[in-house]
Design a protein around this ligand. Structure first.
Ligand code: ATP
Length: 246
């Protein structure tokens, strides 16, 4: 087993994964550079979610390798993978999966509290991220009192609060209205860029790909194209400082 190049924070080699015998990934290899925002495109059922779940150590590929920096993820035991996910990765679902009984700041602080951070520092860090994402005023509300776009901002804050190396976002705008979609997406990409967080973003929305540094596409579990975008100008959308203090 040879470790991937130093500048790849994540690398997949010849990944194969089948769900109950039905193939979802058939020989996918790709690298993700540190600080890169990578969009993974492709139609429904192409294997995007399965790829993100393999890269993030939620699923173990039946064949192939996944590396995080110089550490092999595919050979890790379940507990070590759990710790890796908890400490180094953030995850954003298509629908914000917040705990209804906890208020917004408690939801945001969860990744820190799970690592043993004290309540006060965890609350302060959560509040800082909520403020950056323009939902700080909602910190004491329960998720049920928020609009879907506000809840997704809280989910983004929760994915970033513990300073992860990589955030995986699986169709993070799938349930949002068009106007909210662009705003939430710019929020996520601007926040990630300002904190040098690598983002792997599954999407079939072309607007999402436009905010990424690079797009790869899956079709029937295979990688079909790689579209390098021109280097983003400082004032371009991809690096745009939206109206947020991130
Ligand atoms: N839990 C599962 N059990 C059985 N088959 C599954 C399961 N999850 C995914 N699949 C199948 O694996 C293939 C890839 O699914 P995956 O969800 O990774 O694709 P996707 O590109 O993320 O699709 P979508 O855009 O609909 O989320 C599809 O054929 C899907 O039906």
């Amino acid at each position: 087993m040879v470790a991937p190049p130093d500048n790849d924070v994540l690398r997949a080699r010849a990944l194969h994964f089948s769900h109950n015998g039905s193939p979802a990934l058939t020989g996918v290899s790709l690298g993700v550079r540190e600080g890169e925002i990578l969009a993974v495109g492709g139609p429904r059922g192409a294997g995007k979610t399965t790829l993100l779940r393999c890269l993030s150590g939620q699923l173990l590929p039946q064949q192939g390798e996944v590396w995080f920096n110089s550490t092999p993820v595919h050979t890790m035991g379940a507990l070590v993978r759990e710790r890796l996910r908890r400490d180094r990765f953030g995850w954003i679902d298509p629908e914000p999966a917040l705990v209804p009984e906890l208020n917004v700041w408690e939801n945001t602080a969860l990744p820190l509290m799970l690592r043993g951070t004290g309540r006060r520092p965890a609350k302060n860090a959560a509040q800082e991220w909520l403020d950056r994402l323009d939902v700080g005023h909602l910190a004491r509300k329960r998720p049920g009192a928020l609009r879907m776009a506000e809840r997704q901002r809280v989910a983004i804050a929760r994915a970033l609060v513990h300073a992860p190396n990589v955030v995986f976002a699986d169709e993070p705008t799938a349930t949002l209205h068009r106007a909210d979609r662009a705003h939430v997406l710019r929020t996520l990409t601007a926040a990630a860029r300002s904190h040098a967080v690598t983002v792997v973003l599954a999407t079939h929305d072309p607007e999402v790909s436009a905010l990424a540094d690079r797009t790869v596409s899956l079709l029937d579990g295979r990688l079909v194209t790689t579209v390098p975008l021109p280097a983003a100008a400082p004032d371009s959308e991809g690096q745009a400082a939206c109206s947020l203090s991130v």
